[in-house]
Design a protein around this ligand. Structure first.
Ligand code: ZN
Length: 172
């Protein structure tokens, strides 16, 4: 299993807009809705994630084995009538009410026939959540494990998601 083999921690280095375009070559710049990369606080990020201004799309860039890999996600907000606690399946932050969204992506090579999805922090800000840098309430279920283990778990979860989406086949 790919996720198990990956134990090396690699933080994301500051990336340029040209690098970002290389990760998402098919998308036109306007369609990416990328953040101002000069204002990103790279020192606290395990992956770069942002939501397109339309609100329906999310993008993730993550370093895997020294390469930048991208994920294009469709976001569906959680509109259930009765809020209940939800856990982000990537960073394990637990929200007492709303806070996660369903993010799905097409499985590469399936010609759009298969999609996979995860409930993830709705703003793709897992890195801030595990460092308690978000201004929102802290996790509803605090954990005593060290930050490096949370980072490791987060990276493994992303790697596993990308492997399921058939995006890492060339690295196996
Ligand atoms: Zn999260």
């Amino acid at each position: 299993m790919f996720a198990r083999a990956t134990v090396e921690i690699c933080f994301i280095e500051p990336i340029t807009f040209d690098q970002l375009r290389e990760v998402f070559p098919a998308a036109r710049s306007a369609n990416l809705g990328a953040p101002n990369l000069e204002q990103v606080d790279w020192g606290v990020l395990d992956y770069l994630g942002w939501i397109h201004p339309s609100g329906h799309q999310g993008f993730v860039i993550v370093p895997i084995q020294g390469e930048l890999r991208g994920l294009t996600l469709r976001r569906m907000m959680n509109h259930s009538a009765r809020p209940r606690s939800h856990m982000c399946s990537w960073c394990h932050h637990v929200y007492r009410g709303r806070g996660t969204a369903m993010f799905s992506t097409e499985v590469a090579g399936s010609d759009g026939r298969r999609r996979i999805g995860n409930y993830i922090c709705s703003n793709l800000d897992c890195s801030l959540r595990i460092r308690n840098l978000s201004s929102d309430p802290p996790t509803y279920m605090p954990e005593t494990i060290e930050l490096k283990h949370k980072v490791w778990r987060l990276q493994n979860s992303i790697n596993a998601f990308m492997a399921r989406a058939n995006l890492l086949a060339d690295l196996l």
